[in-house]
Design a protein around this ligand. Structure first.
Ligand SMILES: *Cc1c(COP(=O)(O)O)cnc(C)c1O
Length: 374
């Protein structure tokens, strides 16, 4: 079915602007392999995040995650595991497998729905000798409030901290630092469904120059001047997508303002009335979509159906958690992942794209009214 208000609707440059960029690219005869658009886009990412960072662009964030894990985790021994939350998008755990390791799933915090530090400590208690890395995930692109404690843990345990911030380009951590600037490496996505959309694309950010060079080499068959010198593949960003990225950068701040305004309006409707709980720090994020926790699964499902029947495409993220998906059904877990199971049963995701129609907010009010909110 098509919805009056779809879940995602990226803002894109106009067809005329895109055609002009495509014309320039064709005239230059330089389509990929670190061309002028890629270079300028890469510089603009660094300008936005931190002058002390290196950005490595990729064809998408999943390949960027594989590149980051491949380069930062030196010990890829058999039986090695990477701590990763189950309440995330499957790309992270899948990337772990592509570098020859297995995920060890940890739980999330019931309030922030971010990876739970206590669960990671429990994992180190029981599996310390097998943990070779941590893949933190900034849930929904929201910067984890305890990122400094994760950095500390990784340092004490002498393992790299890679952060999957796929939906978080443009977000800030509660301490004011930009998402993209923490851990050993952060990965962001520019997929069409993310707040900063270029079609397909991603980037890995790090302050480690040597590792940045290695990740760039990874994206280009593991080449250096001697040919293939390390694990690699073809993960390069095309000029067309980089050109769109350059245009998006110009309008991004206005887009962020609009998305945050949509989140604030939902929050005053749903949280102001005590009907639902907000996800802490979502207001500092780039608001890929607007998530709220309902008291239980029954209320969530009534709201989900009510909105969908009114033409508003609400969804559930992340559902089910990765350890409930067939490919990971036999993976090891910590604490039975009780919170992850509870959270995905009662969370709802609402569209929050730029110039969101009033119908979205009106529908939320109407459904709340039907459900007995005063
Ligand atoms: C979207 C997303 C990815 C994958 O990004 P692509 O650019 O589509 O490969 C990975 N992790 C999370 C948490 C995501 O939301």
């Amino acid at each position: 079915m098509t919805y009056e208000v779809p879940f995602i609707k990226p803002i894109f440059p106009t067809g005329v602007d895109i055609a002009s960029d495509v014309g320039d690219i064709v005239a230059s005869n330089w389509f990929t392999n670190f061309g002028p658009n890629e270079r300028r886009f890469r510089d603009s990412i660094v300008d936005r995040i931190s002058p002390s960072s290196y950005a490595v662009t990729f064809s998408n964030a999943t390949i960027a995650l594989i590149g980051a894990l491949s380069v930062f985790i030196e010990e890829k021994r058999p039986g090695g595991v990477v701590l990763v939350p189950s309440f995330t998008f499957a790309a992270g755990p899948e990337a772990v497998r592509w570098v020859g390791l297995e995920p060890l799933f940890i739980d999330v915090d019931p309030i922030t729905v971010q990876p739970a530090l206590a669960s990671a400590h429990a994992a180190f208690e029981t599996h310390a000798d097998r943990v070779v890395g941590i893949l933190l995930c900034n849930t929904f692109g929201i910067g984890a409030p305890d990122v400094a404690a994760w950095e500390e843990l990784a340092k004490n345990r002498n393992v790299p901290l890679i952060i999957d911030s796929a939906a978080g380009f443009g977000s800030e951590y509660p301490d004011g630092t930009p998402v993209g600037s923490r851990g050993d490496c952060e990965v962001v996505s520019f997929h069409a469904t993310k707040p900063f959309a270029i079609g397909e694309g991603g980037a890995a950010l790090t302050s480690d120059e040597r590792r940045a060079t290695e990740m760039r080499s990874f994206s280009n068959f593991g080449f250096d001047s001697d040919g293939a010198v390390r694990s690699g593949l073809n993960g390069k960003l095309q000029e067309f997508n980089a050109a769109i990225g350059l245009r998006q950068m110009e309008s991004f701040d206005a887009a962020l303002k609009d998305r945050r305004a949509a989140l604030a309006r939902y929050t005053s409707l749903l949280v102001g009335s005590g009907f639902a709980e907000a996800i802490p720090n979502a207001d500092l994020s780039s608001v890929c979509f607007a998530s709220f926790l309902l008291p239980d699964k029954i209320a969530r499902d009534v709201m989900l159906d009510g909105l969908r029947s009114r033409g508003v495409e609400a969804r559930v993220y992340y559902s089910p958690p990765v350890h409930r998906q067939p490919s990971f059904a036999r993976s090891e877990v910590i604490d039975e992942l009780k919170v992850s199971d509870d959270v995905y049963g009662r969370i709802i995701a609402l569209p929050a794209f730029v110039r969101l129609p009033e119908h979205a907010f009106d529908s939320v009010s109407a459904v709340m009214h039907e459900m007995g909110a005063s």
